[in-house]
Design a protein around this ligand. Structure first.
Ligand code: AMP
Length: 429
């Protein structure tokens, strides 16, 4: 199936072809025709599924098909809310790329940077605005933005929006929009909270859903390295060096811990950058660019900072500390895996993290294989029986890596991953 059959205009088809997309992804196939009809949409899709084009293309088409009446001033006709600055910037890039052959104008506003340039761009008039909730409300309060002519409202990554505590801001923003409008809500998960929010926002929506692409069991080689807290850094440096890892996303639990780890890795001769909420926008952009371009091998990030980053096909993800919420583990390791090759997710787990590990294994309903690196044998064992704390048993002797049957299969037969079909709707994670 090609893009031609979705009802998109020649200008948009040209832009899509220029992006090099041969065919629409499953979410695009389902969402584009519905959104083009003007229907409300509840879409279950996470980053990496092509969801951005799924809402951007129909918005561009609808706005360009029905330009404002002659003599009417330019007004914001489509509003796209995203939870993070990075995601806002990425969505705006997509709007600009897909809309390059149309005469619609767009801009993006988010916090952490000056208001004035944003005010200037808004004043010149835009048709499509991409925004994070807090900064948009700042503009609304200063009356530097008017939302009373919005025709299409998109809530992107609604679940993250709730996780990050933006629900009040989102409600305030919705109260500034005209009642009569089209609503598109995208969310990776459908919790009760999301259901209730969509019940309030959407009118008679069409529901579409594509399977999560983080099929943890099959496409990601997951390993647990039991290791004393104070030896984690040395083990991480060893893994990166020995494995010649070129692009590793390392999750740390705290900003302070992330900073310290970044410095220590640099001392070990590993190029590292750090990303967390206290970093300035400039520092974040620089860190990301360095990482994407390969100048920096290791990006140390906190969960919040990593949200919304368009870096999700990584060969290696490391949990330097396990997350407190087991679902975060699934989100984190969903970042790994590249087409045709399985990604690797490594967790460095100290004895005091046995509880978190058990919660993760209960969620995944399976034991994660334990591994050791030469010279990094731990002085304790992590029990894999859910609910059982770490036992102080004598050290087991194992040479190198012990793998689960799944990981063993994936290793023997690396071509046989379903990564290709993950985009086309792999497993429900
Ligand atoms: P998203 O889920 O919107 O963040 O998109 C994930 C990535 O998929 C982005 O890098 C897009 O450029 C890319 N993408 C979107 N649509 C397609 C498509 N139809 N074919 C190939 N790549 C795509």
């Amino acid at each position: 199936m090609s893009f031609d059959t979705l009802g998109l205009s020649p200008e948009l088809l040209r832009a899509v072809a220029e992006q090099g997309y041969a065919q629409p992804t499953p979410i695009q196939k389902q969402a584009i025709p519905v959104a083009l009809e003007g229907r409300d949409l509840l879409a279950g899709a996470q980053t990496g599924t092509g969801k951005t084009a799924g809402f951007t293309l129909p918005i561009l088409q609808r706005l360009s098909e029905a330009p404002p009446a002659r003599g009417e001033s330019r007004a914001i006709r489509a509003l796209i809310l995203t939870p993070t600055r990075e995601l806002a910037a990425q969505v705006h890039e997509s709007v600009a790329a897909y809309g390059k052959h149309l005469s619609l104008r767009s801009t993006v506003v988010f916090g952490g940077v000056g208001m004035t340039p944003q005010v200037d761009r808004l004043r010149k008039g835009v048709d499509i605005l991409v925004a994070t909730p807090g900064r948009l409300l700042d503009h609304a309060r200063q009356k530097t933005v008017a939302l009373d002519r919005v025709e299409i409202f998109v809530l992107d990554e609604a679940d993250r929006m709730l996780d990050m505590g933006f629900i009040h801001d989102v409600r305030k923003i919705m109260s500034l929009l005209p009642r009569q409008r089209q609503n598109l809500l995208f969310s990776a998960t459908f919790s009760d909270e999301i259901r209730s929010l969509s019940g309030q926002v959407l009118h008679n929506p069409v529901e579409v859903e594509v399977a999560r692409r983080n099929a943890t069991a099959d496409t990601v080689d997951q390993r647990i390295y039991p290791i004393e807290k104070e030896r984690k850094r040395a083990l991480l440096s060893w893994l990166v060096g020995d494995g010649q890892w070129k692009q590793v996303l390392v999750f740390a639990r705290t900003k302070h811990g992330a900073d310290r780890l970044g410095r220590q890795l640099e001392q070990d001769g590993i190029r590292a950058a750090v990303l967390h909420g206290d970093k300035s926008q400039g520092a974040r952009t620089k860190a990301l660019e360095g990482f994407k371009s390969g100048k920096v091998a290791v990006l140390v990030a906190t969960d919040i900072a990593a949200r919304g980053l368009d870096i999700d096909q990584l060969p290696h993800v490391v949990n330097y500390e396990l997350p407190n919420v087991p679902e975060d583990y699934v989100h984190r390791i969903g970042r790994t895996g590249r087409a045709g090759a399985s990604g690797q997710a490594v967790s460095l787990v100290s004895e005091d993290e046995a509880k978190q590990l058990n919660a993760i294994e209960r969620l995944l309903k399976r034991e994660l294989p334990r591994a050791t690196a030469p010279g990094f044998e731990p002085g304790f064992t992590l029990s894999s029986r859910p609910g059982n704390p770490a036992g102080r048993r004598p050290r087991e002797h194992h040479d190198g890596v012990r793998r689960s049957p799944q990981a063993e299969g994936a290793r023997r037969n690396p071509g046989n991953t379903n990564r290709g079909s993950a985009r086309a709707g792999g497993h429900r994670g």
